[in-house]
Design a protein around this ligand. Structure first.
Ligand code: MN
Length: 339
């Protein structure tokens, strides 16, 4: 079967491997239909993901059809269309006992710590398989994992109905955050430097958009929120300044959610955290968000159209990566198809 492998940092190859076999009673063999390219896959390609071990079959956003199940599998059967939840956790460590397996001490993520979804067939544990809503296309189904990241950020920021939520950045992740915040009943403000991206965010239901390169962000936020600032600020730009700004502009009793993997320190004075009693938290991957996103899709509440920028056949995997990197400013989601 064909697999897409990052052999060493910088070297992406399409190669042949044996089709994996069912080993455990809870194993499910999946024939892959789509795998999405994420910013984090590009980091892995360039050796910038501290968790990745090489060589690595990349891909953590993948969907497909069940073709075989282990003896003990009960929740899915042959022929089911599924999305794979990409994280595996021990269940015993402190984080797991807190219900936060996404930051498990022994965390394994498909495509990062173990081989991922850019393969014609992948074996996954039954617990990682979520059945797709009827009628959802494979292209749309591949968007479920990215939307769980938005759901997690809202969950971490305790987004409530009526909250003013500022989403910094209208890239793929910012858009998923904005969509979920809207579904939780927030008044959603999206900031970015690119008008086209802001227009798309608006078309997807953002209440306000701000081009922070052309308009004064603080003035506009004061106008929109009546001077309080956003109650929740979610940083999907992930640079030094956005983290600093987030702390300064968030309202009293507000929350700042950081999505950045940056190692560059920000200058933040503690007084600016304590005087408004701001909660600052990180949001990484997701925990228990697949059913949440699937449920919104089932109810027809989550807009998915226009989100996929381009689909490439597996034979053009290199072109797909090249396109994604070259069009970083405008691309939303690029998918690889195994049809
Ligand atoms: Mn992703």
């Amino acid at each position: 079967m064909k697999v897409g492998v990052v052999e060493t940092p910088g070297v992406l190859k399409l190669t042949e491997r044996e089709i994996p076999k069912i080993k455990n009673a809870d194993d499910v063999l999946v024939k892959i239909k789509r795998v999405g390219i994420c910013g984090s896959d590009i980091h892995i390609l360039h050796g910038k993901n501290p968790f990745a071990v090489y060589p690595r079959v990349w891909g953590h956003e993948f969907v497909g059809e069940v073709v075989e199940t282990g003896a003990g599998v009960k929740s899915v059967k042959k022929g089911d269309r599924i999305v794979v939840e990409p994280i595996m956790y021990c269940g015993d460590c402190y984080a797991c006992r807190q219900g936060r397996g996404n930051v498990c001490l022994n965390l394994k993520v498909f495509g990062v710590h173990v081989d991922g979804g850019c393969a014609e067939y992948v074996v996954v544990p039954e617990a990682n398989a979520h059945i797709l809503p009827d009628g959802l296309s494979w292209d749309e189904a591949a968007l479920i994992e990215p939307f769980t990241i938005g759901a997690q950020a809202c969950y971490r920021g305790n987004v409530q109905k009526g909250d003013y939520v500022l989403v910094m950045g209208a890239g793929a992740i910012g858009l998923t955050v904005a969509s979920l915040a809207k579904l939780y009943g927030a008044i959603v403000i999206v900031s970015d430097l690119v008008d086209d991206k802001l227009a798309y965010a608006k078309s997807r239901g953002a209440d306000y958009v701000i081009n922070s390169g052309k308009e004064n962000l603080v003035d506009r936020l004061n106008e929109i929120t009546g001077g309080t600032g956003p109650n929740v600020t979610i940083d999907a730009v992930c640079i030094k300044k956005t983290f600093e700004d987030a702390v300064l502009i968030t309202s009293t009793a507000g929350r700042v959610v950081e999505l950045s993997f940056s190692e560059i320190p920000s200058d933040i004075a503690p007084v600016n955290i304590i005087k408004k009693e701001i909660t600052i938290c990180g949001s990484r991957l997701q925990t228990k968000r697949f059913p949440v996103v699937i449920d919104f899709i089932k109810k027809g509440q989550l807009p998915l159209s226009g989100f996929v920028s381009k689909v490439y056949p597996i034979t053009q995997m290199a072109e797909a990566f090249e396109y994604t990197e070259k069009n970083n400013a405008t691309v939303r989601k690029v998918l690889i198809s195994f049809d």
